[in-house]
Design a protein around this ligand. Sequence first.
Ligand SMILES: CC(C)(COP(=O)(O)OP(=O)(O)OC[C@H]1O[C@@H](n2cnc3c(N)ncnc32)[C@H](O)[C@@H]1OP(=O)(O)O)[C@@H](O)C(=O)NCCC(=O)NCCS
Length: 209
Amino acid sequence: MERKEFNNIFNEIPLQIPWIIIAAYSIMNILKTERLILRAFSCDDWKDLYEYLSQESVVKYEPYDIYTKDACKKEAEKRSKQDFFWAVCLKGSNKLIGNVYFKQQEPEEFLTWEIGYVFNPLYFGKGYATESCRELLRYGFQQLKARRIVAMCNPKNVPSWKLLERLNMRREGHLRKNIFFKSDKNGKPIWNDTYEYAILADEWFNSFE
Ligand SMILES: CC(C)(COP(=O)(O)OP(=O)(O)OC[C@H]1O[C@@H](n2cnc3c(N)ncnc32)[C@H](O)[C@@H]1OP(=O)(O)O)[C@@H](O)C(=O)NCCC(=O)NCCS
């Protein structure tokens, strides 16, 4: 093989592989708390995802219906390429017990992130959602320099707004019948209210004084 040909192969393959690996693993950090690891999704997470996204009670207030196994495979793959879905895993077993959505809102210069969460009911009532969201608030304010973190939930979803209040987020609004995700059997939208919650960086930093 001529040296030129060899160089072409070297340019096309070996240099690209490390970049693909770096791209996949560098979009998200790994965050650790006392009991949990927060990491990027991987395609292998689909089984754990299916354990909770296949349950009606879990998706009741979400803008989607229950997931099939195939849909979970696609979802895990999709999330593995996104930088705003954190897989929440138990330390030690690496079992995925839920996920936290943490995404910057437009326009970027407002420095506002939205937080959302869905957990496996087998792991409700143990403070895992609080622990992981608390860590993402810390990450948002300290690392990403967020100015404001917001969340939205249905007022009927009591565990959800209780969680936001444990995080010291403030209820800033109650929007009346502003949104629908699902329709009734006659195809009519089921309108829902929304609670809006927020916390500012100053408030978060001052809470440690
Ligand atoms: C919203 C959701 C994540 C809340 O789950 P959760 O288990 O209530 O929240 P946590 O994991 O933080 O656990 C808190 C509960 O555990 C208890 N707890 C036990 N040990 C604890 C600890 N070490 N630290 C904090 N709380 C602890 C708390 O007292 C609290 O119980 P309470 O509500 O009866 O007072 C969960 O209901 C869910 O995933 N629902 C389905 C999806 C959904 O609706 N998402 C929100 C859409 S807006």
